[in-house]
Ligand binder design. Sequence first.
Ligand code: BG6
Length: 502
Amino acid sequence: MSPHIFVIFGASGDLTARKLIPAFYHLYEGGYLPEQFALLGVSRSKLSDEDFRKRVVFDSPFLPEGISDADKEKFASALYYQPIDTAEEAEYAKVRDRLLALDQEKGTPGNYIFYLSTPPKLYKTIPAYLSTHGLNTSNGHFRRLVIEKPFGYDTKSARELNDHLLQFFPEKQIYRIDHYLGKETVQNLLVTRFANGIFEPLWNRNYIEHIQITSAEPIGVEGRGGYYDESGALRDMIQNHLLQIVAHIAMEPPVSADAHAIRAEKLKLFQSLRPIKPEEVEHYVIRGQYTSSEIDGEAALGYREEEGVPVDSRTETYVAMKFFVDNWRWADVPFYLRTGKRLPTKVTEVVITFKPSPQRLFSSEESFRSPYNQLIIRIQPHEGLAMKFGMKIPGQGFRVKDVNMDFHYADLTDAEVPDAYERLILDCMRGDATLYALGESVEAAWEFVDPILNAWADNESKLFGYPAGTWGPKEAEHLFQNGTHWRNPCKNLTDMGEFCEL
Ligand code: BG6
């Protein structure tokens, strides 16, 4: 990896302390950081280098426990801080001067990565002002720009942002982060499909009845009411994280494993999503908002009672939807997605439900099973896979029971699975954009969700309440057909293949 300086804008914020600095610490610990390296935090807060180090290293509750003082000192010695008013063009001269001084001190050759972890309103300002001071280009050295979500608010704003950024940084230097792409198990979806001969022949409309993806969280909006109320579950989770999972599940095999090939296939998939027409939205998309209730004997607030949320808010904290992918492989196979806050448990999983065997030979016998085989891919937590199929119950006759064959990711290695941010930062430092989103893909994903957002903008559109701590509005069940339904995973799951209703 080439020597460089990593600049974080928004360095005094929560994400820096909670996710980015711990990721850097793990990279340092693993020996991944180059010998000549510096991290420069930039933000409005008036902090010195020492204050910054104290905040994100010495006093941080987010670094692993048990790090020796010597290690903390050594790691912290690569961290620097530059306060500026990020909205003021002239202030960026301070960043430029500091970078030049650090290049001298550290022996770095002028390679810079700029990471924007700021409120989105600065996503246009910062690249423009970096350019005023000549920081976006360099002869022979790299300049990269990393952007956090939300990338736009709808198709129009995402396109405007892309066009704006492209004035200063070419596409290959722009890294749009979707932290789900950094998750090992999301990457493993590609390995499961394309490194095995047994799944892909079945992976199409001839054998698959439907596909469902659930991403549930027990937490509410956790002090982010202001942000969340502007966003809602469709923008916060579906437009980015869940559609990325859909792309990994449904894309065609790439011609190679490089960034270009994989991202090109994902783009094609996004372009094949069948748009939901405004008049179909109520039929295909159910939105909900959690209401006050009791969870494990404790009172739980409703969404409208959360701090920063208007009492008459119509923002959705839950979405369940059905849609189709219009291409050769997936014609007529329904895809179901759901996500929500204040659901019973933390879980993200994909369930592939296969069509039943053509003849129900044993259907006259008492049966303990559904006719559908399922492949359950658990993305988090207790990552792994389970295959569900029918077996004969020993004894008289042909009684059939569902059993699970399961693999737990934890059995593969004792090593800790790297955090998504660690992997993504490392890839960016190496110049590998495979796990970052293309501008065009982000726009295509917005194009898919835009009609839904437009339909909801109408105050008459339905919003269902669901008590905090439950699996969302019962109306979400009506999306299904053929006797299939949502798989509600258990709360404390050790046997990930087990089906249980909560
Ligand atoms: C973030 C959303 O992008 O992803 C949050 O803004 C959500 O609302 C989070 O809680 C979920 O991420 P993870 O990795 O905990 O599943």
